[in-house]
Design a protein around this ligand. Structure first.
Ligand code: ADP
Length: 510
């Protein structure tokens, strides 16, 4: 008996010292691996997983797209039918499905609308994207209201959910969410949801009081609505995905028109570096690669290089293998990516590109390039989206090139480093926060992990890529030390989640 009492006491003391869990509902257009276009999906997944691991209940609300990876969703069941969501002068009936994505509780909104909002075979890229995601924002709140949800925090992401805090403040103040606070994360201010007043009417908001310079009116287009600006103004805290990008978008035209708004709201704005989920991205356990390895068994990495060459029919040769894994978009520096291909082939490297593009012109350009290089045994361009192949590329390549025009955080350099692949990057946004030049960084030697250039032009790229190639050939021990430095650095979600938890606690108490 006595023993039992003691352990009970100890248990309650232990519980008292544990931080109180914070309940979070994420509202997002993407969540890996079920609905992924880019880094947003990885972030929503990785952040939610780590919050959950640390004892905080998390739920995620997503649209129910026809193009989701249904094989990555388990226990998918209809959990609510007949949810009537006001939209314009009608109500659209929705079914809500629940399911698990990698152990995370997700809800999927399935509207029975004439517009067929989420059955379009792609996640983005339609003329009515503004309407589709405005509807999604209203439906997410209507669902939470009807389900009686009142999380401590509603965390929404990017322009697609920018109306959530506006709707919450204007229409759902006296609902179950009366005490919920909103954290809004900007993953990329290159897409802001610029549209007209109709969007507000559609979701039941008042245009006269909201289309004002200090609210949702776009800073450059008078009379137009900027959805992301609405999210910034109405949320309790705004984050972006790296400290450097936070500075850039608040103080320069990298803010793409929102710099004045962010400066005005600087008291509730900060940069939190993204992490990566080592449950997904870990060469020691990755099931998509040919041979698992760690920093202690680095030679096994080269079995993946051989496997990659075999898979893509590249020659086996004593050459460094340079890679790009990217959306092919102006933001990612497509001109310099194309230049890197010819430069690397000219400098005695092999080159592998995995890229997809929603832009038909850019895609045509790379398809043409692929045709001209078709017979080259040192080069393979894979135009498309292929999650499995991306893992083998990270494991098999020696270097990865990321010459972005701008880069809010960038995950590909973080993943590459974990896989011992040395990043060659332009110094912008999160790339500047995470990659430190082998020769010129002011960081101590054990923190130097890649090659960096500043100017967005071919000379800039060559200045960094040339040094990387030279080091691979002439200074293998030095090159190996960069690999090891990158692998040893912890870019998991652990630390970043603590920053988010502090923000959540701060706004919860305010
Ligand atoms: P962004 O979100 O701007 O596209 P990030 O670097 O933040 O860029 O995240 C990119 C994510 O998408 C990474 O997980 C990367 O591996 C993945 N990715 C990008 N392009 C492809 C592709 N063509 N096939 C598979 N995965 C890709």
């Amino acid at each position: 008996m006595a023993k039992r009492r003691v352990s009970k006491k100890a248990n309650s003391a232990q519980q008292a010292s544990l931080p109180k869990p914070i309940s979070v509902v994420m509202v997002s257009a993407e969540c890996a691996p079920a609905a992924k276009v880019g880094g947003l999906a990885d972030v929503v997944h990785g952040l939610s997983r780590e919050l959950q691991v640390q004892g905080n209940p998390v739920e995620i609300i997503l649209p129910k797209y026809d193009c989701m990876r249904y094989d990555r969703i388990s226990e998918l069941t209809k959990s609510l039918s007949g949810l009537m969501v006001p939209f314009y002068n009608q109500r659209i009936e929705c079914d809500i499905y629940s399911g698990l994505v990698d152990g995370l509780d997700c809800f999927f909104i399935d509207p029975h609308s004439q517009q067929n909002f989420f059955n379009r075979r792609v996640i983005y890229g339609h003329n009515d994207d503004n309407d589709r995601f405005a509807f999604f924002s209203r439906a997410a709140l209507e669902f939470m209201h009807k389900a009686g949800k009142g999380p401590d925090i509603i965390h929404c992401h990017d322009w697609t959910t920018g109306l959530v805090p506006v709707l919450l403040f204007e229409l759902y103040k006296s609902s179950s969410m009366a005490h919920s606070r909103v954290c809004y994360t900007l993953h990329n201010v290159g897409h802001q949801g610029l549209t007209n007043a109709n969007i507000l009417r559609q979701v039941g908001l008042d245009t006269a009081s909201l289309i004002r310079p200090d609210r949702l009116e776009d800073n450059h287009h008078r009379g137009s609505v900027n959805v992301m600006k609405g999210g910034i103004v109405f949320s309790n805290f705004i984050t972006t995905v790296s400290p450097h990008y936070a500075h850039e978008i608040k103080t320069s035209n990298q803010g793409m028109g929102l710099q004045h708004t962010l400066a005005a709201h600087h008291n509730k704005f900060g940069g939190v570096l993204n992490g990566i989920d080592y449950g997904v991205w870990n060469p020691e356990t990755d099931r998509h690669i040919a041979c698992n390895y760690s920093v202690h068994t680095l030679n096994d990495k080269y079995k993946n290089k051989e496997a990659l060459r075999e898979r893509l029919l590249l020659k086996h040769d004593f050459k460094p293998l340079v890679a790009v894994v990217s959306r092919l978009d102006h933001q990612k520096g497509v001109d310099l990516i194309a230049h890197a291909i010819s430069y690397c082939l000219h400098r005695g490297c092999q080159f592998v590109l995995l890229g997809s593009s929603p832009n038909a012109q850019i895609e045509a350009r790379f398809r043409h390039l692929k045709r001209t290089l078709n017979d080259n045994p040192d080069c393979h361009l894979e135009i498309g989206y292929d999650e499995d192949l991306s893992h083998l590329i990270y494991a098999g390549a020696d270097m990865i090139v990321i010459p972005s025009v701008y880069e809010p955080c960038g995950l590909t350099q973080l993943i590459s480093m974990k896989y011992g692949t040395v990043p060659v990057v332009r110094s912008t946004g999160g790339l500047a926060d995470t990659v430190f030049d082998a020769n010129y960084s002011d960081k101590p030697e054990q923190e130097r992990n890649g090659y960096v250039f500043n100017n967005y032009n071919s000379q800039g790229l060559e200045s960094a890529l040339g040094r990387a190639i030279e080091a691979w050939y002439a200074q293998p021990d030095f090159f190996r030390s960069l690999i090891i430095n990158g692998m040893n650095r912890d870019y998991s979600w652990k630390e970043s989640v603590n920053h988010y938890l502090n923000i959540y606690k701060f706004i919860k108490a305010s």
